[in-house]
Structures are given as C-alpha cells and as structure tokens.
Design a binder for this molecule. Sequence first.
Ligand SMILES: NC(=O)C1=CN([C@@H]2O[C@H](COP(=O)(O)OP(=O)(O)OC[C@H]3O[C@@H](n4cnc5c(N)ncnc54)[C@H](O)[C@@H]3O)[C@@H](O)[C@H]2O)C=CC1
Ligand SMILES: O=C(CO)COP(=O)(O)O
Length: 307
Amino acid sequence: MTQQPKIITIVGAGMWGSALGALASRNHHHVRLWSRNSTESLAAVIADADVILSAVSMAGVPPIIEKLKTYGIPEKVILVTATKGLDPQTTLTPSRLWQQAFPHHRVVVLSGPNLSKEIQQNLPAATVVASSNVAAAETIQIIFASEKLRVYENSDPLGAELGGTLKNVMAIAAGVCDGLHLGTNAKAALLTRALPEMIRVGTYLGAEAETFFGLSGLGDLLATCNSPLSRNYQVGYRLAQDQTLDEILGNLEGTAEGINTTQVLIKIATEQNLYVPIATQVYRLLKGEISPQTAVKSLMERELKPE
Ligand SMILES: NC(=O)C1=CN([C@@H]2O[C@H](COP(=O)(O)OP(=O)(O)OC[C@H]3O[C@@H](n4cnc5c(N)ncnc54)[C@H](O)[C@@H]3O)[C@@H](O)[C@H]2O)C=CC1
Ligand SMILES: O=C(CO)COP(=O)(O)O
C-alpha cells in the first residue's frame, strides 16, 4: 500500500532504533534518528514530526518522556513505543507510561520476534503493531511493512508489549538451559511451561491471553530463546558457563532488559501472589543466591501438579 512520506523521529539510536530507522527510510519516509549523544537538540528533531518512535532502553523511557512533555507535542503526532521492559518505579509498561504522560495522543506498541541484527541484514521477519486506535496502528503498519517485514495489526497493546517484555526473563532461563547442555527435551519443556507463566502474569495485568499465542508472545519467545543473537539468552548462557554477571555485562553488545524485568516481575508477583516458578529461579540466579545447576534442580523437584 502506498503512503505519503512521513516525518518519523526515532528517539534512541541503539541497535533497534537504528534498524527501525533503516526500515522506514527504505520505504521513503524521512527518518530523524536521535540519541542522548546527538549534537542536534531533541526539540529540533521532533519539530513537524508525524510519528515519534521511542526505541530507548527501559532506563531511558521516564527521562525521555519528562523531556518530551516540556515541548507540547501536537495531538496529531502518533507515539510509538518499541521498548521491551518494565519501569522499576511504577512497575508499568512503557506504553502505559507514554499514555499517562500524553493522555490525548494515540500510542502504538511495536513488538515481535525481531532480532535487530537479522533485520539489519534484510532477512525476512514479521512483527506486530498494536493499539486501541486501529487507524493509528494501521498508519504505523504501512510505514514499516515491506517485502522483508510483514507487519500485523493488533488491538491489544498491553498484551503485545508484555509478550516481548516477559519473554526476556525466559530467554535468560533458555540460555542457562543451553549453556548447561541440558538437551532438546529440557528446552521444549522450559519454553512450553514459560508460555503459561507469561500468560498468568499478562492476564493478571490486563492483557488478553490470546495475544500471547501470536507473534509478539510465542513468536518472540521462540526467536529470543533460540538465538545467540539475543542479549538476554547470552546472559543466561554465559552464567551457565560460570561467568559472573559483571563480566557478562562488561562485554555485552547493547541492553539485556530481562535483568531489570526480572526484578520488577518478582516484585509484582510477590505483591500479587502470582506463581512464577521460572522467573523466581532466574531472579535468584541473577542475585547470585544460587548456581545454574541449583536453579534447574529447584524447578525439577517442585511438588507434582497437573499440566
Ligand atoms: N536489539 C533488538 O534486537 C531489539 C530490541 N528491542 C528493545 O528495544 C530497546 C532498545 O534496545 P537496543 O536498541 O537493542 O538497545 P541499545 O543498548 O543498543 O540502545 C539503547 C538506546 O537507549 C538509549 N538510552 C538508554 N538509557 C537512556 C537514558 N537514560 N536516556 C536517554 N536514552 C537512553 C541509549 O542511548 C541507546 O540509544 C530495548 O527495550 C530492547 O528490549 C526490541 C526488539 C528488538
Ligand atoms: O527482543 C528481541 C528480539 O525480538 C531482542 O532480544 P534481546 O534484547 O535479548 O537481544
């Protein structure tokens, strides 16, 4: 489908922001990529923008929102969030933070099985744009869709966002599983049990269960938990190889959001009494309380229960 070229400001020029910028540029949109190290001011790059897309890591979302709030962004501007994380202060997802700060703007979540290095190599992929405003989601769908990226529209932004966010915790567990060479049966069991754990949390927080069976849920779980390109998977894999978290983070390319997400998820689960056995072991492992081997043993020796 053709569309008039739009001005798209991408805030966050890391791996994902850059890959998304390249996709929109290829579709002949005017892309302005901004990061906190840019010489251009944020005010200048958002001027006249049709779309502001945030691809900053979770830690950068609250400060960027605060900064943008001071600029008085016109209500016609569509806000897109591509961050996969949870805010430690409020435990809210990025889209909720954006919507709270800009209650009259249309907010769209972009999330799916999208390892940025594969997207940068122009390999085929699919993703989801989700919003309570269908027209806004469709606008973003057309901006990014190409013969190399199939973009699906969805009306459950929270579900799409939580799929991409919660699977990062599971990707750490999957990395441990592979790092310990536990085999294909163990990996299948882990990923299959990870999905209902994500759904339990997601539906409690208000997402639709069905969304987790789509690209932004199961799709992203499979991509991230099976690829050494995933930073979260790398964290788990290297912990299983007896590296310390500090050593791993010292030479990790980009952000592994699952580390922060695990802390916030355990806070929510503890307060709300949600059963999250895999996340609990990841949490204890990240805190250095247990070894990878003990994490596996604890999962296996739990009380027997129906599936
Ligand atoms: N790389 C990937 O394959 C994908 C990443 N994502 C998500 O996109 C987000 C960004 O990921 P990457 O680009 O890979 O990370 P990255 O580490 O390469 O880039 C992070 C960006 O956020 C900015 N940032 C961090 N803290 C900030 C702060 N306090 N203020 C302003 N800006 C700040 C950094 O300057 C940088 O531009 C994460 O939430 C990640 O889960 C989503 C899909 C794919
Ligand atoms: O979200 C991603 C793929 O969809 C990227 O995963 P990592 O952040 O673990 O690299």
